[in-house]
Write a protein that binds this ligand. Structure first.
Ligand SMILES: [Fe+2]
Length: 266
């Protein structure tokens, strides 16, 4: 399998590329609109064919590039059926499998940060893409978008921590330059969800965070509920190409990173 990990410096969002070496079929997990050209360039350079874009959840801090890739590359959009997203091509449920060549991704429902959060598990390769359910030494916030700390505790403990200890965990964000962790590492070292914490401890920690309302949630969430389809304000000049449509969005999407998945390590 071909594997690449990207970061969007504005929002510290990780995007992942998985491709089958023989068929060249490719999946992008959580592509960011402003990074469309970066990702498309690599597809071209490696002679890859984008088959699917998969979302781990409806993001509040950035707009997905899913709709733009569908338009430009003919890819299909996969998102949790529980996320309430309109116009997705694949509405994913627990246990669903997405295949590219000999590589299989399994859908694992991990709600709590949002009620439509899923993780994608690559069992043969021992990899888990956890979105904001489990971050490195942290987790996504649980105080908006139907967030539920008890539910997130259950998702992490019963789903992600049930994977083999050596499973590599690739998160949806990292704000400190870290790229990957493991199930064993987070069981031992996660200050919120480690095995030394009870559900009551976790709920109390999340309640104490008292985070600011995300500045861009009112822009990003409505767009992501339509797979990132853009609504250009009336009176604005129409973009010359689909990829140029990212520009007006970039201008209104201030850096917001930590607000989607605040990473207080207390
Ligand atoms: Fe998020």
């Amino acid at each position: 399998m071909i594997f690449r990990q990207f970061i969007d410096p504005e929002t510290s969002t990780h995007t992942y590329l998985l491709a089958d070496e023989s068929t060249r079929e490719t999946i992008l997990i959580d592509p960011v609109l402003e990074q469309f050209e970066r990702d498309r360039t690599l597809l071209r350079e490696l002679d890859l064919s984008l088959r699917y874009t998969l979302e781990t959840h409806v993001h509040a801090d950035h707009i997905t590039a899913a709709a733009l890739f569908r338009t430009e590359e003919g890819s299909e959009i996969g998102v949790s059926a529980a996320a309430g997203v309109k116009t997705a091509d694949l509405e994913l449920d627990e246990g669903d499998e997405i295949r590219i060549g000999s590589t299989t991704l399994e859908v694992c429902s991990t709600p709590g940060h949002t009620d439509g959060c899923v993780s994608y598990i690559c069992r043969a390769q021992g990899m888990a893409f956890t979105g904001d359910a489990l971050l490195i030494r942290g987790c996504g916030r649980t105080d908006f978008q139907q967030g539920d700390a008890s539910l997130l505790f259950s998702s992490v403990r019963n789903k992600i921590f049930a994977l083999p200890d050596e499973t590599l965990v690739f998160p949806g964000h990292d704000y400190k330059g870290r790229m990957v962790t493991s199930v064993a590492e987070e069981k031992r070292c996660n200050p919120r969800l480690g095995l030394d914490k009870s559900e009551a401890d976790f709920v109390a920690i999340m309640k104490r965070l008292d985070l600011a309302y995300p500045k861009q949630i009112d822009v990003a969430v409505p767009a992501n509920l339509k797979c990132g389809l853009l609504e250009i304000p009336s009176g604005s000049p129409l973009p010359q190409s689909a990829s140029a449509a990212a520009k007006p969005v970039a201008s209104v999407m201030e850096e917001q990173g930590r607000q989607d998945a605040e990473l207080d390590e207390s």
